[in-house]
Design a protein around this ligand. Structure first.
Ligand SMILES: [Zn+2]
Ligand SMILES: [Zn+2]
Length: 862
């Protein structure tokens, strides 16, 4: 017990000592210039929103990235490991409303607080390249990019139906509506409104965004699948049905036979078009407007359908809507068969998907089948099983593996051939063509809020929309303004901001008062890190070319659609502006699991939040970080248990005591003494474990990232060292072995528990103590961080092997080598793949295998 007291691990003392030393050396985590000749490594964790305090999810995210960065530094890479702040956004405005603090002040003080937390946690970020997106030196480049996109037709304005969050008092992008609710307000149902908005033409890159996913094999499959589904490419055919009869399109335009009204439908199954028994229109389809003009009863029914659709859009997936429709009493003519089919209006058909009109083929589509059954619409089979002997399949029969029937000249064709022939006929006849539609829509970036990047446009009565000239950037966000949530953007009420001279004619004009979606900020911030103080350009192209793509990006899977699609789009756009050469921003992506407690994600509303500050105060930063890595594989959810953190602190205390106890012995051998040749006994046992642990951790950093098992392996190693304590104390292990053992242990620990590792490193001889012949003198200020990562000696790591004779039918045919202590299964597997054994058993049956573990194996072969 006396010893326990004397050797008390005091994380607070150790960590504050090193924190002060590191703070005095702000360049220690800086990347080197490209000319350094080392291979580059860009490791990045997603930048946080400055809410004011880090949460445990952050601690986990950044512990993973920091361990990787430290490991790569030790592997001799030129590492860039930057950090910044996603600093625009709504909470700053809400805070301003609540406690009357200007958003900028609130944001900057939150950043300062969180930066202190990062520093206390010992995260190895290069703060010299810090990016804060709400600062004019950053957002001016958002504006610059916007102008470039406007010039290329990639930024445009249109009136459209938009998602409106009544809580945010602003428009949301489609990506920000989750199950019909606001991404920030889980309980708030998003409304639909008509507004004139700015859009970025992400759809211009839809196909490229989709194709690129195939090459992103360093991304989790689940993220790629989510993006594929979001982009939602469908290949199909557009076909014109002809409206049968006349239609009144309003004053003076009664259409006649020659200019027949066409109803263009989009279908992915044109091969089933002979089975179309109705045409279904979206309630907002222009033809429906024309039909309801003369028919009050129909008008009423359609407005009900529209109301249902609106509600379905607001509360969730329209796909789940209970399907309703009304017949219009009018007909359309199928251009292939000449058949007249009724025209219906249906609540599940959307105007903004495809053409807003579909053909309904109940025999071969689930949804159409349901609808036709409900309303008694005829069902006609036009696809049969490809096997003529198969029984007639049940309806709806939706396979693509059948053949066409009841379709005249197309009968007997399989799917692919049929689609081709149907499309050819449509093109020849001028009534249709192949087409591709995407679910992805253009990115609506207008926000009617204050705390964001002003959109650099001016509205002039004479000239219309006039872009702000480059030399007038940035358009500064005015400060000290009154923020309310009423009546649109707060900027609209700031006349010094709004009223300007038109850059073109000099006359009175008004600034655009919408600000940009904050996802613009995060779409390219990681390029800025490479050249963060550039006053003349968003970044230097050559420097970006050196660092990109990001070698490893780490963040939550909740960004799979929003941020990770927008930033891919932005990269392609910048490439087309000639700024960069890479097609994709991120080579490898890792999505860590959530931190949960008591069965739920930590959140203020659930009252299960654990504060990192508390954990650090109670157990130390090293323990909090290491627990975040140890408690679960990084890609899985982590169930937070405070006992676990306490356990890690106790473990670190054991490491500290062992190293402190034998540091003097190790130090005695530290300088210039060669390693022990052919160790034996307890030395061999400990070195073997050491080299096995090194191999395991090295492999994990290179591949599967099971840092939880890395920490467990270090724990096992420490257990073995402790178990040998009596022999160590008796001097049975020579000093050079002790030196290698303790030094390597500390190096292995360095990515996971940087404070304790630094302390023990110093204890073992400090800066540069491990100089081996041929090593360059590591810079003293970066000693541990730039120490070479330990190498595992495969000879030492190998378990002892024994030879085992293999007999076939009682005759010795070979000897195999297996690790000592191997069980029967391992011996059997090794014997069966041995060449001579394979030769003698080829084509024969091994009837019986008798293994005497450690002694022999006998095969009975017939
Ligand atoms: Zn909201
Ligand atoms: Zn003008």
């Amino acid at each position: 017990m006396a010893e326990e007291k004397e050797f008390r691990y005091d994380p607070a003392a150790i960590e504050t000592k090193w924190q002060a030393r590191w703070a005095a050396d702000p360049g220690m985590y800086a990347a080197e210039p490209p000319s350094c000749g080392k291979p580059k490594y860009y490791v990045l964790e997603m930048l946080p929103y400055p809410s004011g305090a880090l949460h445990m999810g952050h601690v986990r995210n950044y512990s993973i990235g920091d361990a990787l960065a430290r490991h790569m530094w030790m592997r001799g890479y030129n590492v860039i490991h930057p950090m910044g702040w996603d600093a625009f956004g709504l909470p700053a405005e809400n805070a301003a409303l609540k406690n009357n603090t200007p958003p900028r002040e609130w944001t900057l003080s939150n950043i300062a607080a969180m930066k202190r937390q990062f520093e206390r946690l010992g995260m190895g970020f290069d703060w010299a390249t810090e990016v804060t997106t709400c600062m004019p030196d950053y957002y001016r480049w958002n504006q610059w990019f916007f102008l470039r996109m406007y010039e290329k037709g990639l930024a445009y304005r249109k009136k459209s139906k938009v998602n409106w969050c009544p809580e945010c008092c602003t428009v949301l992008a489609n990506e920000q509506v989750i199950d019909g609710r606001c991404w920030r307000h889980e309980d708030t149902i998003v409304e639909q409104r008509d507004l004139v908005q700015w859009f970025l033409r992400i759809t211009a890159y839809a196909q490229e965004l989709l194709d690129g996913l195939d090459r992103l094999d360093g991304w989790p499959e689940k993220v790629r699948t989510m993006q594929r589904n979001w982009i939602g490419r469908s290949e199909g055919t557009e076909v014109d049905f002809t409206f049968d009869g006349e239609i009144n399109r309003g004053v003076g335009s009664r259409e006649q036979g020659a200019t027949r009204t066409k109803i263009r439908v989009f279908t992915t199954r044109v091969d089933t078009i002979f089975g179309a028994t109705s045409v279904q229109l979206a309630p907002e389809h222009p033809l429906v407007n024309a039909l309801t003009r003369e028919d009050a009863a129909l008008r009423e029914q359609v407005s009900e359908l529209l109301e249902e659709q609106k509600k379905a859009r607001e509360t969730g997936d329209v796909g789940e809507i209970e399907k309703h429709g009304v017949p219009t009493g009018r007909f359309a003519i199928n251009p292939y068969s000449g058949e007249r089919v009724p025209i219906w209006v249906a609540n599940y058909v959307l105007l903004d998907y495809g053409t807003g009109a579909i053909m309904s083929v109940p025999a071969h589509d689930e949804r159409d089948f349901e609808f036709a059954t409900k309303y008694g619409i005829p069902i006609r089979r036009v696809i049969a099983s490809a096997d003529p002997n198969a029984p007639e399949p049940a309806l709806p029969f939706t396979t693509k593996d059948g053949v066409v029937i009841n379709s005249g000249e197309f009968n007997g064709l399989p799917y692919g051939e049929a689609v081709k022939r149907f499309q050819e006929k449509a093109v020849r006849g001028g009534f249709g063509e192949p087409n591709i539609t995407f679910r992805l829509k253009d990115w609506g970036v207008s926000r009617q809020r204050y705390w964001g990047t002003p959109i650099p446009m001016i509205h002039c009565e004479r000239d219309g929309i006039v872009p702000v000239p480059d030399d007038q950037l940035p358009v500064l966000l005015p400060e000290n303004i009154e923020i309310t949530q009423q009546g649109g953007s707060p900027l609209a009420r700031v006349s010094e901001f709004v009223d300007v001279a038109c850059p073109k004619c000099g006359g009175p004009a008004k600034r655009e008062t919408d600000t940009m979606d904050t996802f613009v900020d995060s779409s390219w911030y990681f390029y800025r890190y490479t050249d963060a103080r550039n006053p003349c350009a968003p970044f230097d192209s050559k420097t970006a070319q050196y660092w990109f793509p990001i070698d490893q990006y780490i963040g939550g899977v909740e960004h799979a659609i929003l941020h990770l699609i927008y930033s891919r789009f932005w990269t392609k756009m910048m490439r087309d502006l000639g700024l960069i050469q890479n097609d994709e921003p991120v080579q490898r992506l890792f999505t860590q699991g959530m931190v949960i407690k008591d069965g739920a994600k930590m959140s203020k509303s659930k009252g299960n939040v654990v504060s990192p500050d508390d954990m650090v105060a109670r157990y130390g930063a090293d323990a909090a970080r290491m627990y975040a890595l140890f408690a679960a594989p990084p890609d899985r959810d982590l169930d937070w248990q405070e006992d676990g953190v306490a356990g890690v602190t106790r473990f670190l205390g054991r490491v500290w005591r062992i190293v402190m106890k034998y540091a003097a012995v190790a130090r005695g051998a530290a300088h210039g003494q060669s390693k022990t040749q052919s160790p034996e006994g307890v030395s061999l046992k400990l070195l073997r474990k050491l080299h096995q642990t090194t191999a395991k951790i090295t492999q994990d950093f290179e591949g599967r990232w099971h840092f939880n098992t890395c920490v467990a392996a270090i724990m096992e190693l420490v257990n073995e060292v402790q178990a040998a304590d009596a022999q160590l104390a008796a001097g049975e292990v020579p000093a050079p072995v002790m030196h290698e053992l303790l030094e390597t242990l500390v190096l292995l620990l360095a990515p996971f528990a940087p404070y304790l590792a630094a302390e023990l490193w110093e204890e073992l001889g400090g800066e540069g103590a491990v100089l081996h012949p041929g090593d360059k003198d590591p810079s003293p200020r970066t000693s541990l961080l730039r120490q070479p990562w330990p190498k595992s000696d495969p000879g030492l790591a190998k378990e002892d092997e024994i030879e085992i004779p293999v007999q076939i039918n009682g005759k010795l045919v070979s000897l195999i080598r297996v690790p000592a202590g191997s069980d029967a299964k391992v011996i059997e597997e090794a014997a069966l793949v041995e060449e001579k054994v394979k030769a003698r058993t080829a084509g024969k049956t091994v009837a019986k295998i008798i293994v005497v573990p450690g002694r022999a194996i006998n095969l009975v072969v017939k």
